[in-house]
Design a protein around this ligand. Structure first.
Ligand code: AHG
Ligand code: MN
Ligand code: MN
Ligand code: MN
Length: 336
């Protein structure tokens, strides 16, 4: 069977579907190349000296791991000089990163979570990279990009994807024409199309949530999880299974493959933070992918892709996955 590479897939999307411009095609290829370099570093582990923490904290107040910073640098360096970007933003940087003047600038904005699942780095469990592509506002041409240029709702994304570094490295991508998955052929160094038309089953009886936060959850989430735990004799009439990898990429990848519901809900913890996950680097790109695969994504009340962002590092409650189950949790919120 003839193998289709990421490059071929993107050329087809440009020629036949008009789904991507030449610039976006190059941009995605560059991100994919950076993910290959990150996969390589991750694979070396202790042999490459990439495990462990640094002394620094990021803007979210998290201790940075060596791989958080290394992956951020790999993505910045790969994408700076290609001429397709106006600016970048990342979970690991306090503010935006403008393209230096020595390079030509393009019209796109790239946002990323360079290394997702940091707590799993040192224990050899799947981790990943998440990215999102926006177009800079038309009035930004010829002036410096500002943070406010990034604050567009997720429904404006031009492309989104993630790489998961697990037993295999995979790249899962949408340019708005469904979701496709590529597996890294390590010998050839190419991303090969292995998962055409990824779709999420509408029904599920598998949930993913960090149960240790239960005391902080809002009432509708408490009620829903209680009903799940009640099993087949409870109000939902079925036995549920639970999974929690603590790498969003890996949990979402499972849902992309066999369905399920993933929740990191808003909560009422004393710190006052509204959920843990970041709208721009995690919730938006994953919601775009999940919707393109036939699933749904909400913060409980509002479709995630319709939220108007207020800050680059804004946190948001996330409930996503199999459509009927996400809608069920939405009804618990309506009744609240
Ligand atoms: P990151 O490593 O990019 O900071 O993201 C970690 C996130 C996400 O990947 C995961 O779903 C969640 O944190 C796990 O949080 P808990 O450790 O609270 O379960
Ligand atoms: Mn982090
Ligand atoms: Mn993350
Ligand atoms: Mn991260």
């Amino acid at each position: 069977m003839k193998r289709k590479t990421l490059t071929q897939y993107l050329v087809e999307q440009q020629r036949m579907e008009q789904a991507v411009s030449a610039e976006v095609r190059l941009l995605i290829e560059t991100v994919a190349r950076a993910c290959k370099a990150i996969a390589h570093a991750v694979g070396k582990g202790a042999l490459g000296g990439v495990l462990g923490s640094l002394d620094s904290e990021n803007v979210q107040g998290e201790v940075q791991k060596k791989l958080d910073v290394l992956s951020n640098e790999i993505l910045l360096e790969a994408n700076e000089w290609g001429g397709h970007l106006a600016a970048m933003a990342s979970e690991e940087m306090e503010t935006l990163h403008r393209i230096p003047n020595r390079y030509p600038k393009g019209e796109y904005l790239l946002l990323f979570d360079p290394l997702d699942g940091s707590s799993n780095i040192d224990v050899n469990v799947s981790i990943g990279t998440i990215f999102s592509v926006l177009q800079a506002p038309a009035d930004a041409a010829g002036r410096d990009i500002e943070e406010s240029d990034f604050l567009q709702p997720g429904n404006k994304q031009v492309a989104a994807g993630y790489a998961v570094y697990g037993p295999q490295s995979m790249l899962v991508l949408t340019v708005g024409t469904g979701v496709v998955g590529f597996t890294l052929d390590r010998e050839m160094g190419t991303w090969v199309l292995t998962h055409e038309d990824m779709t999420i089953p509408e029904e599920t009886s598998e949930f993913a949530i960090n149960m240790s936060n239960m005391r902080h959850w809002e009432e509708p989430v408490k009620l829903y999880i209680n009903d799940c735990l009640a099993g087949s004799t409870g109000p939902l009439g079925k036995d549920y299974n639970m999974r929690w990898i603590a790498s969003m990429v890996a949990d979402v990848h499972r849902i992309m493959t066999r369905g399920g519901i993933f929740m990191y809900p808003r909560d009422a913890r004393p710190s006052g933070r509204k959920g843990k996950l970041r709208l721009m680097y995690e919730a938006n790109p994953m919601s775009f992918l999940v919707e393109q695969a036939g699933g749904a994504a909400t913060d409980g009340d509002t479709r995630i892709l319709d939220i108007n962002p207020e800050g680059l590092h804004q946190r948001v409650g996330v409930i996503l996955g199999s459509k009927n189950e996400v809608e069920r949790v939405g009804r618990y919120h309506l009744e609240d």
